[in-house]
Design a protein. Sequence first.
Length: 182
Amino acid sequence: MEKHSLAVNSHIILIGYMGCGKSSVAKYIANFSDLKHIDLDDYIVKREGRTISDIFNFSGELEFRKIEHICLIELLDSKEKLILSLGGGTPCYYDNMEFILNYTKNICFINTPNNILAVRLFKEKLKRPLLSLIDSENKMLEYVSKHIFERLPFYNKAPFKINSKGKNVSEISIEIMKMINL
């Protein structure tokens, strides 16, 4: 696929549950466009000078969500057009989804089946503060299923939705680029 010089008039935002591939897809799309990719969690770590786990462990989830909201607004206010991959919970707090929708309609929800997410997340649970104490794939599936049920009303506000079942990163990325006319 050739690199495109885009006349994108707004940011591109990728949302979905943790482990759905937002960051990988965003990197792929950035590689074929003139857009800069920023992962919100990476931005928070750099800005705060501490890991997401440290923020959760020492300041709590509420403080993390406040920091996340401030960082999201900073990035949305950027004059440079970005492709942003957001944390799984970002759209669900502080009216973040409404803020995002006011900045752009180029929002894509990457919908990945719960059982696939549970397997992926169980393998990397130690990297994710909310999941570190889950001790089996079955309990991970229960946790993911409950969480996604709560978050779907926010995710479903995205104008673009992609079912990632059976698709690799390049297939998902190409489908998104076609959806938003890149």
